[in-house]
Design a protein around this ligand. Structure first.
Ligand SMILES: [Zn+2]
Length: 365
């Protein structure tokens, strides 16, 4: 045994525990390279001696989107602008604690575990929330415009992890969880209430329901600065007034917040009681919707004065819409930005946007 020790040593390689006794340049410690040790550099600068010196203490690096990763729960629960029941729903998803068919089948043999939406695949978490063709249509139609088909092997946990890692105001996390929640509710309606799974591609403008007035708002940039545009319509899509206004010296998000303020101003001037405020800025909508939403300091004052004004209404609802469905408000803003004039049309809209309004009406009917 002692005789062959030297030969054995030739083929041996160290397994790194703390690297304290292993010399970087003289001991074999990297099994994947020839001689299992790095080649010495010519300049003779071999200051670092032990493998130990290469290990960053107290820091274990893990790939960010691995399914095996434990989610940073502390961070997850510290996010403030998500309604508690939606946050709880996210937690159940992450713990694989939702009663999707594949989970139930683990306990009850022989049940039908087909996807309730497409009836083509097994209903597991990943299929239901990411890969089902009906779900994908919802994810794409949502304000997040997610194309899951382009990233195979993504898990529900991965995607929530990615949203969480974005940090900032966690707008994507909040919106994403709401969309997944809507999918779950839609699926439950199919299972328990025999309803159809409706994909409402909100790629077009829709008139408000009942006696409510919907006011769309948007900001736009022009050669001389920003401007806002707002338009109010009732259930038959008839225009109830519109307005635009130039704003000097501001940023895009401020223009969006000012336009929400202008929408409220129009609503008050017209004496509307029940309104729906609809815009394409997730930041502004969330800031209005959630009291503790961590919005940009630039818009905090504007948001809080809008909130004060909202008390003058009987009811207020906030809705997010895709940019291309918010065309009329956007064009009103562009009009002000390009002509550098502000205007109010309390009954009929300016001629230059009449065709756009008709287009939206046409898309609706
Ligand atoms: Zn399916």
């Amino acid at each position: 045994m002692l005789k062959v020790r030297e030969e054995m040593r030739e083929g041996c390689c160290w397994i790194i525990v703390n690297g304290g006794n292993i010399d970087i340049w003289d001991d074999p410690w990297i099994p994947s390279i020839p001689a299992m040790k790095p080649e010495k550099r010519d300049n003779g600068d071999h200051g670092t001696k032990k493998v130990k010196d290469l290990i960053i203490q107290g820091e274990r690096r893990t790939p960010s989107t691995s399914t095996n990763n434990e989610l940073p729960w502390k961070k997850y629960w510290s996010v403030r602008n998500i309604p508690p029941r939606i946050q709880m729903f996210g937690w159940r998803m992450l713990k694989n604690g939702l009663p999707v068919a594949s989970n139930i089948k683990k306990h009850i043999q022989g049940i039908n575990d087909d996807c309730r939406l497409c009836e083509r695949h097994t209903e597991c978490m990943e299929h239901l929330f990411l890969y089902c063709q009906l779900t994908q249509a919802v994810l794409f139609a949502s304000p997040l415009s997610l194309r899951i088909g382009e990233c195979p092997n993504l898990s529900v946990k991965d995607i929530i992890f990615m949203w969480l890692e974005e940090g900032g105001d966690y707008a994507k996390l909040g919106m994403g969880l709401c969309v997944l929640w809507a999918i779950w509710k839609g699926r439950n309606d199919v299972v328990f209430n025999k309803k159809k799974f409706n994909i409402r591609e909100k790629d077009y403008w829709e008139p408000p329901e009942g006696e409510k007035i919907k006011i769309n708002f948007d900001g736009a940039a022009g050669p001389k600065g920003f401007a806002c545009g707002v338009i109010a319509r009732e259930k038959r899509a008839k225009v109830q007034g519109c307005q635009n206004k130039i704003i000097d010296y501001c940023t895009a998000v401020e223009a969006e917040a000012y336009s929400a303020g202008l929408a409220v101003e129009l609503g008050i001037n017209k004496g509307f009681r029940d309104i729906i405020l609809e815009g394409d800025s997730l930041n502004v909508i969330n800031a209005l919707r959630y009291k503790h939403y961590n919005s940009s300091w630039r818009i905090q004052n504007t948001i809080s004065s809008i909130r004060d004004d909202l008390r003058k209404f009987n009811s207020v609802e906030f809705r997010i819409i895709r940019k291309n469905a918010n065309n009329v408000a956007h064009n009103l803003a562009s009009l002000a930005a390009s002509t550098h004039t502000s205007n109010v049309w309390l009954s009929s809209p300016p001629l230059s946007i009449v065709h756009l309004i008709e287009n939206e009406q046409y898309a609706t009917s």
